[in-house]
Ligand binder design. Structure first.
Ligand code: PLP
Length: 385
């Protein structure tokens, strides 16, 4: 069976996890601080704040942007449901705009029309690692005076060309970017998240909120020669990352360039092998974008049923996943408030027509060739009817 994804972890991570265990300092301590510095340096951000996962990262980012009960946030429905859920945690109302059918990302042309006097922020998603058109989104955010938050859950290692320079997603180009280290993403700490910003005031708030709103972190009290009483000036949360996770993350960050190189090499092989296969359209990477190919999605032609295609692949030993979901079609959003900022036809079509193929850094060319051969067989079988 060829799986859809496989984290690249090994002895280096196991060894690193020993450090906090043997040191006796297990949560949000020196390993978290070091991971934050190394992460910030790797994306070129002034600040990086580690948290428990990307969903909590998004919650804090939206709080920092001032999104409160009844405020609208322009975003996409076509994303993992955590994007919309994070808006609801603070009482915000998601306003869903459609995607560009080619890139699968928020269509900047739709955003402006969706903004009202209630809009408090724009939340874009670098879906499955493909960078959004940031210059276009930044132009809308500047014109409307709205903060731009990037859901970069899947986008560590992706980059975008600004002028004549390639810049990492997470620099950030908007006001705040949020990353995930779930095992389905490109690097992992089991669970975990990171928030990058160049705004020192936002970073200070993230650090306060992630640890119960506590004025003096325990790491500072621990090292102090004088007695310190902490205070709790604001409502905080427990969104800490542990030092065990951070120690693993530091090793993952060392592997990142190699992981990106092999994912991009494999994606290029898929492009080449699938270009002339009738019935499937490979994904498109704009000239100004370099995806980390967190996922590789092909679009099935009209007449090829997604579920039957996926089942036939699975029957032959190849695991796939359907295209990215749409939050507005799920039961949770039959109850939760939201508004459509225009039609959502491209979003709905992408969910039903795209299929994600296996792709992981350690995938062999033999495994990849098997996927391609099986796909050709299945397409011929289903498409020929
Ligand atoms: C995975 C994902 C999230 C959630 O990340 P967690 O770390 O699991 O909370 C949010 N947004 C997008 C686009 C994702 O793919």
């Amino acid at each position: 069976m060829i799986p859809i994804a496989k984290p690249l972890v090994g002895e280096a991570e196991a060894e690193a996890a020993r450090r906090p265990i043997t040191s006796g300092w297990l949560t949000q301590g020196p390993e978290v601080a070091a991971f934050e510095q190394e992460f910030a340096a790797s994306v070129g951000a002034a600040h990086a704040c580690a948290v428990s996962n990307c969903t909590t990262a998004l919650h804090l980012a939206l709080l920092a942007a001032g999104v409160g009960p009844g405020d609208e946030v322009v975003t996409v429905s076509h994303s993992f449901i955590a994007t919309a859920n994070a808006i609801r945690y603070g009482g915000g109302i998601p306003v869903f705009v459609d995607i560009d059918a080619v890139t699968g990302n928020m269509d900047p042309a739709q955003v402006d029309a969706a903004v009202t006097s209630k809009t408090r922020a724009i939340l874009c998603v670098h879906q499955i690692g493909m960078p959004c058109d940031m210059p276009a989104l930044l132009a809308v955010s500047a014109r409307r005076g709205l903060p731009l938050i990037e859901d970069a859950a899947c986008a560590i290692g992706s980059s975008i060309r600004i002028g004549d320079r390639w810049e990492a997603i997470g620099k950030p180009h908007g006001d705040i970017a949020c990353f995930s280290f779930h095992p389905r993403k490109v690097i992992t700490t089991g669970d975990g998240g990171m928030i990058t910003t160049n705004n020192g005031e936002f970073d200070r708030k993230f650090r306060l909120w992630r640890q119960h709103g506590m004025s003096v972190p325990d790491s500072v009290r621990h090292g102090s020669p004088t007695v310190i009483f902490e205070s709790y000036p604001v409502l905080g949360f427990n969104y800490r990352m542990t030092d065990v996770q951070a120690a693993i993350g530091r090793e993952q960050l060392k592997r990142l360039p190699g992981i990106i190189e092999s994912r991009r090499r494999l994606a290029a092989r898929y492009h080449e092998a699938l270009a002339a296969v009738p019935g499937v359209t490979p994904p498109h990477e704009p000239a100004w974008a370099r995806s980390n190919w967190q996922s590789y999605g092909v679009r099935l032609a009209d007449g090829i049923d997604q579920r039957r295609f996926m089942q036939a692949m699975l029957d032959r030993g190849v695991s796939t996943r359907r295209g990215i979901m749409n939050a507005h079609l799920e039961g949770a959003y039959a109850h939760e408030p939201w508004r459509a900022g225009g039609g959502l036809t491209a979003s709905e079509a992408a969910q039903d027509e795209v299929v994600l193929l296996p792709l992981y850094a350690q995938m062999t060319t033999d495994e990849q060739d098997t996927v391609v051969e099986v796909l050709k067989t299945v397409v011929a079988e289903l498409g020929g009817a």
